[in-house]
Design a protein around this ligand. Structure first.
Ligand code: FE
Length: 195
């Protein structure tokens, strides 16, 4: 894998979207770092996924697929009351940040994948967050705002510790997710019973 190419791709993706650029400058302190690959069921679901509608970000989707076998797939909600299916099928790995292909003190970035018909319970974190929908579609929920049905190219912003949730219906979804300001505190479920 040519990580200079991966970084350049991420830079283009990020700076090519007005809302992302406004949310956070693409960092100028990015350094590549080794990653220990960590497999999860979600990787296999992502590999086999054929339902991610949309073409605008096809090159990014393809790059994320190539990174899949090398990535540290995260089990952020292990030990909580999320469903077994969620633990198996919710996909996330870091691009920039802890256990990611790159590190930066300015910004963290992830890929997030959910197959069709999956519910991501309410959760929150101190970092401010922006989601860019790369392909597919989902219902994005955040406290104090109406549900947002979002597809390719759509963005949503979460304030610090603003509870948010997400649900896929008939389609899967693939997102690029960026954090700014507070990287050290992991997300926690808003409700212990994972509603
Ligand atoms: Fe979040």
């Amino acid at each position: 894998m040519d990580f200079d190419h991966v970084l350049e791709h991420l830079r283009q993706l990020h700076t090519g979207h007005d809302d992302l650029r406004a949310f956070c400058d693409f960092p100028d302190d990015v350094v590549a770092q080794p990653v220990m690959a960590r497999h999860m069921g979600a990787k296999d679901h992502f590999d086999a996924e054929t339902g991610l509608i949309g073409n605008e970000y096809a090159a990014t989707r393809s790059l994320l697929k190539q990174l899949g076998p090398l990535a540290y797939w995260r089990d952020t909600y292990a030990g909580t009351n999320v469903s077994e299916r969620f633990m198996d099928e919710f996909g996330c790995f870091s691009l920039i940040g802890h256990n990611g292909f790159f590190k930066s003190d300015q910004m963290n970035a992830w890929m997030v994948y959910m197959p069709a018909g999956l519910y991501y319970p309410w959760h929150q974190h101190p970092a401010e967050e922006m989601y860019l929908c790369l392909a597919g579609e989902a219902v994005f929920k955040k406290d104090g705002a109406p549900d947002q049905h979002m597809g390719e190219g759509g963005v949503t912003l979460h304030a610090s510790n603003q509870p948010h949730a997400m649900e896929t219906l008939d389609h899967p979804v693939l997102c690029y997710v960026v954090w700014r300001n507070e990287f050290t505190t992991k997300p926690v479920l808003t409700y212990d019973d994972a509603t």
